[in-house]
Design a protein around this ligand. Structure first.
Ligand SMILES: [Zn+2]
Length: 110
């Protein structure tokens, strides 16, 4: 079933790998693939921002910390709530749902 879903959603965002620590997240992740950090207890979700500027996004999944995101689905990826980030690349605000990105706001910095 998982294989069938991988085929069905190959162009969408998904959780592509599970690693033990933040240091195990590869510098180069595959396109549209996120990594869950923490195998027994999920701590972070790491991926490269869909804006394409190459900045890494790290979302907290741990209930003991705030703000916290929830993965409603790994394949295709659905995140709750939206991601709203201020980084060196600018302001990136988007919703990840059913493996697709819906932009709320996207402002690049020069
Ligand atoms: Zn971005």
């Amino acid at each position: 079933m998982d294989l069938l879903n991988r085929f069905r959603y190959w162009r969408r965002w998904k959780v592509g790998l599970h690693v033990d620590s933040v240091n195990d997240v590869p510098t180069r992740l595959r396109r549209r693939q996120a990594a869950i950090v923490g195998t027994s207890h999920q701590k972070w979700l790491a991926f490269d921002c869909p804006c394409g500027n190459g900045h890494r996004v790290l979302l907290n999944l741990d209930d003991n910390r705030y703000p916290q995101w929830r993965i409603a689905s790994e394949l295709p990826l659905t995140l709750i709530p939206s991601v709203d980030e201020e980084s060196a690349a600018g302001h990136c605000h988007y919703i990840v749902r059913n493996g697709r990105i819906r932009w709320v706001e996207r402002k690049g910095r020069r």
